[in-house]
Design a protein around this ligand. Sequence first.
Ligand code: FAD
Length: 505
Amino acid sequence: MADPVVCVVGGGTAGLEAVLAARAQLGEGVELVLIAPEPEFRYRPMSHRSLFAPTPEQSLAIADLAAHTRTSWVQDRADALREPEREVLTRDGETIAFDFLLLALGARPRRALRAGHVWVRSGDPGFLDEILAGLATGAVRSVAVVVPRGARWPIPAYELALVLAWSAAGGNASVTLLTAERQPLDTLGSTATEVVCAELEAAGIEVVTGVEVVDRDTGELDSAALAEHDAAAAAEVNVVPEWGGDGIDPLTARPSAPDHLGPVAKRTRRFDRLISLPTVLGPFLPGSPHDAAGFVEVTETLNVMGSRRVWAAGGCVAAALEHSALSAQHADGAVAGIARAAGVGSAGDLVVAPELTGMLLTGQRDEWLASNPPSTPQPSTRCLWWPPGRAVGKMLAKLIAAWDPSVDGELPGHPHGVVVRAPVALGRGDGFFVSRAAVGGEAELRRARVRDLEIRQLMAIRRREREAEEQLRTMRGELRSFDDRERAVIRDLRGQGYLQRRGRS
Ligand SMILES: Cc1cc2nc3c(=O)[nH]c(=O)nc-3n(C[C@H](O)[C@H](O)[C@H](O)COP(=O)(O)OP(=O)(O)OC[C@H]3O[C@@H](n4cnc5c(N)ncnc54)[C@H](O)[C@@H]3O)c2cc1C
């Protein structure tokens, strides 16, 4: 019997951790396939000082990791899952067969507001320098930092707000944190809330919780509107109270469209500068059950809902928080699930209710002020969550440390802070994403649905093409055997003297 094929889709933290864990746990008795479009996995060595002006990116070649793990690498995107046929259809039209599949497609950050700047993960936003310089000269007198609905990892907003407030200390500028969360960092538990509230208060930050920030301008957030928009201009936004009591976590809900909000109580606020975290959408992979925001719906053991052969891990999963440490944890747990289902290798621990563990750093203000006296050009930044790195995972981090001499496998130092252990719910999107009737990101969702439909139509056309090719092959075969029979009959008849070749008497 052929070895079972285990296919991993996605070459990010979750996907690569899964490939490494699969080879280690499932042994050589399985065929591993990785579908990943990019040739490299990009990561930055961790540094808790350089969050916004990060250390240079480094990369791990997917080809090397594939060779190391004896994995067949298909450099392509998965466009659709056909679970009954146990096939993944790729963008180039290939079908990749699997016995067990792990989806590790990540999530897609999207601008939540037309107004202001958007903080991009692992970007190097020069705008922060402009704002810090403006705070120093007095040209910028108010800055808002926004945690929108669906942000899924709110910490960067707190880090930004603190650094801005420390820079502005002693001046007249104000820093405001506007968050959809009911309490600051409440998904990380009450200790985290207490600690961060104390830090925010000490820094003099105005905190407004339980609100959604929406554009005053209505209309789609399309590329034409954004091309004309000046992110460094003053921002006028509406601040709308979140609905309470509906049991939906605002960090996983979708933003509301401003023109659908109706007559809800709102307050208009104006800030010289505004920085918002992005909201996050799932991959909307056709053929896999996904919630309204496109995230893959899973059971508590990361099995895709209703499936016995497909698992999902990382940012693409419907979960209450997104973090690379969770992604790696999911990947290890999903591989353990595959090992059990396949009955091969040594099954590790199944993930049941994953937990995010880390430290919330405290008391960084004085140290920061000491190393960044007023008017320091490009002052350093600080992270709040420790360890801060994204290239994590029991197996992946070890491999990077072994291959990259510039990376240290050990965690640097021992920071000052409080330990946080936050259980992170997994599950059906309904529990997280049902939101106000009026929702934003509609254009994005519509585009994704149209794409979904197009892909389904494409799949149907490809299926018909394959069927037609098969029919053509059968007909050609039949024609050949008909010709053979005809030739044989003619030979017979000639032998019996019935027919004469032309030109002969
Ligand atoms: C605003 C924000 C800030 C964050 N900040 C931090 C932070 O400071 N520290 C931290 O640790 N985590 C942070 N995270 C979370 C972290 O970035 C993610 O948890 C982590 O990258 C998820 O890993 P992943 O492998 O699931 O997805 P990704 O790392 O996104 O990888 C997904 C991979 O799948 C590939 N892919 C996508 N679609 C397809 C397809 N159709 N077919 C094949 N391949 C596909 C992509 O090309 C990519 O290589 C943050 C998240 C957000 C939203």
